[in-house]
Design a protein around this ligand. Structure first.
Ligand SMILES: [Zn+2]
Length: 239
C-alpha cells in the first residue's frame, strides 16, 4: 500500500507526496511551491526519488527548481508542454517504471485545461492535476471544449473504485454549482453535507472516488461535448 499525503500550498493547492511501502522514498507531484514540500521532507526524514508534473501552470511547477537544489532527482512531465527541468518527457503509455520501489505507472493524455496535460495512474490512484476536481473540472485554457470532454471520457472509463487526487480544494464551490445544475440530485446534497463537515474541521475534501464523481460531478455527467461546452461556459460565469 502506498501512503499518500496532501501538502497544502498557496491558497487552495494540494501537492501530493506518494511514499513507497515500508520505505522513506517519495515521489512529489506538482510542487508549485517548494517550502512546504521541503519542510515535510525534513520533518519526516523522507527521501525524494522523482518529481512528477501534470502540466505547466505556475502553481504546479514553480517549486521544482528549489527542490532540485537540495535533491538531484529526475523530473517527469508532459512531452507537449514547455516546462523547464523536465528530464523525462511523457505522453500516454503503460508500464512506466519511475523507481523500483513503486509499482508501474500508466500515463494518460488529458489535454483540455492545457494542451499537453497528463495524468499519472498508480495502483488505482489517479493524479489528474487540473483536469478533474471534486464535483468540477479545470478551466479550458487551450483548445476547444471537445478536447476536455474527451479527456473526461478517458477518466470515466477507469474503474469506479479509482481514487481521484486533484490539485485544488474547490469542492465546496463546485458543489454549489452542481446543485444548481441538478437541484434534485440527492447524492450532490449528501456530498455537500459531507464536504462541509470535512472543511469545518479543516480537513481536505480530496481525494474522492470516481464513483462519487460519476454521481455528483456535472461535468462527468454530461453525455455529449456540446452539453459539456455550455455547462463549462455557465460555470465560468457562476458566482
Ligand atoms: Zn493549471
Amino acid at each position: 500500500m502506498l501512503t499518500i499525503q496532501a501538502i497544502p500550498a498557496f491558497q487552495d493547492n494540494y501537492i501530493w507526496i506518494i511514499q513507497a511501502e515500508g520505505a522513506s522514498h517519495v515521489l512529489i507531484i506538482d510542487p508549485g511551491e517548494a517550502a512546504p514540500v521541503l519542510e515535510a521532507i525534513k520533518q519526516q526524514n523522507l527521501i525524494p526519488v522523482a518529481i512528477l508534473i501534470t502540466h505547466g501552470c505556475h502553481d504546479h511547477v514553480d517549486g521544482i527548481n528549489a527542490i532540485l537544489h537540495y535533491f538531484d532527482v529526475p523530473v517527469y512531465g508532459p512531452k507537449n508542454e514547455f516546462i523547464p527541468h523536465i528530464t523525462h518527457p511523457l505522453s500516454a503509455c503503460d508500464g512506466l517504471v519511475i523507481d523500483p520501489l513503486f509499482a508501474e505507472f500508466r500515463i494518460l493524455d488529458l489535454p483540455g485545461h492545457t494542451k499537453g496535460h497528463i495524468g499519472f495512474l498508480i495502483e488505482g490512484n489517479l493524479f489528474c492535476g487540473d483536469t478533474l476536481f471534486g464535483a468540477g473540472c479545470g478551466r479550458l485554457h487551450s483548445g476547444p471544449a471537445e478536447v476536455m470532454f474527451e479527456s473526461l471520457q478517458k477518466i470515466k472509463q477507469l474503474p469506479p473504485t479509482t481514487t481521484i487526487f486533484c490539485a485544488h480544494e474547490y469542492t465546496q464551490a463546485n458543489l454549489r454549482f452542481a446543485l444548481e445544475t441538478e437541484p434534485d440530485n440527492i447524492d450532490i446534497q449528501q456530498r455537500m453535507d459531507d464536504t462541509d463537515a470535512l472543511r469545518k474541521q479543516n480537513r481536505p475534501s480530496i481525494p474522492s472516488r470516481l464513483a462519487l464523481e460519476l454521481a455528483t460531478n456535472p461535468f462527468l455527467r454530461c453525455q455529449d461535448a456540446e452539453t459539456f461546452r455550455l455547462l463549462r461556459l455557465k460555470k465560468d460565469q457562476f458566482k
